[in-house]
Design a protein around this ligand. Structure first.
Ligand code: SAM
Length: 237
């Protein structure tokens, strides 16, 4: 159960005004999340206020930096229980949305929930670094998002290979990300990206976030992404 009025109010600064129908779908998604959370570990956030703010409003904050159009391709990497991807798809149901995660059970939850809401998406059970080397997914997406998956340097190697030239990656980070962003700058450039915006936002009282917006300006060299072990042990400098 989300706080519908609170959600409507808090997302206005992102330039969106969800209809009652859209808010109803977000609410149904949260109900399904709680139902499933009784039998599998999908989220540690359970208070209605926290769920509203930290899952749904936070997910919708991506609209403050991007305006994806119908038919554009979008992949949410390390989506877990569908954040931010499910909230984005509910607001933009005509996107070609792909949910990627290495954990099958969480993807099954997303699929079941979207089926019940009547939304269509591709469910991709793969490691990001494998999908990024696969010709079906490499440089095929207009947008990539990721929240709470890895530090920005590693995350960039997971995510930038998915982008078409001119595409946009939004990395959703906490409030204290300056050092993390600095450390990732060289890797972002090597991978073909360029930071176009770093947006600090307060999504609710005292809840601060940073959105790092990265544009793809050149092709990712074929050697990336490497294996996850190499990504972790030999950071691009
Ligand atoms: N994005 C969701 C959120 O913010 O609620 C989930 C965050 S959860 C902490 C991290 C998720 O990333 C997990 O579901 C995990 O399986 C997935 N993940 C981590 N590394 C991955 C990789 N290399 N490829 C695919 N999925 C990955």
């Amino acid at each position: 159960m989300i706080d519908k009025e609170l959600l409507k109010k808090l997302v206005l600064p992102f330039g969106i005004s969800p209809t009652d129908g859209e808010v109803g779908m977000l609410d149904r998604y949260s109900d399904m999340l709680f139902e499933k959370n009784k039998v599998m570990n999908l989220t540690a956030i359970t208070e209605p206020y926290d769920v509203t703010v930290k899952h749904f409003v936070d997910s919708l904050s991506v609209f403050s930096v991007i305006s994806p159009k119908d038919g554009e391709s979008f992949i949410d990497v390390g989506t877990g229980a569908g954040f931010p991807g499910a909230a984005v798809l509910i607001m933009s149901p005509h996107l070609k949305m792909t949910f990627l995660d290495g954990t099958r059970k969480k993807l099954d939850f997303i699929k079941e929930s979207l089926d019940l809401i009547g939304l269509d998406a591709e469910i991709l059970h793969m490691r990001a670094e494998e999908a990024g080397r696969n010709a079906c997914y490499r440089e095929k997406f207009d947008y990539v998002t990721a929240r709470a998956v890895a530090n920005l340097r590693e995350l960039s190697e997971y995510c930038i290979p998915f982008l078409k030239l001119g595409g946009t990656f939004v990395a959703m980070k906490g409030s204290d990300s300056e050092d993390e962003i600095k450390e990732a700058e060289a890797a972002i450039s090597v991978l073909g990206g360029k930071i176009s915006e770093i947006k600090s936002i307060e999504i609710a009282d005292g809840v601060k976030r940073t959105l790092v917006v990265i544009k793809k300006i050149s092709q990712t060299p074929p050697k990336y992404p490497r294996t996850s072990a190499k990504i972790a042990k030999q950071p691009i400098k």
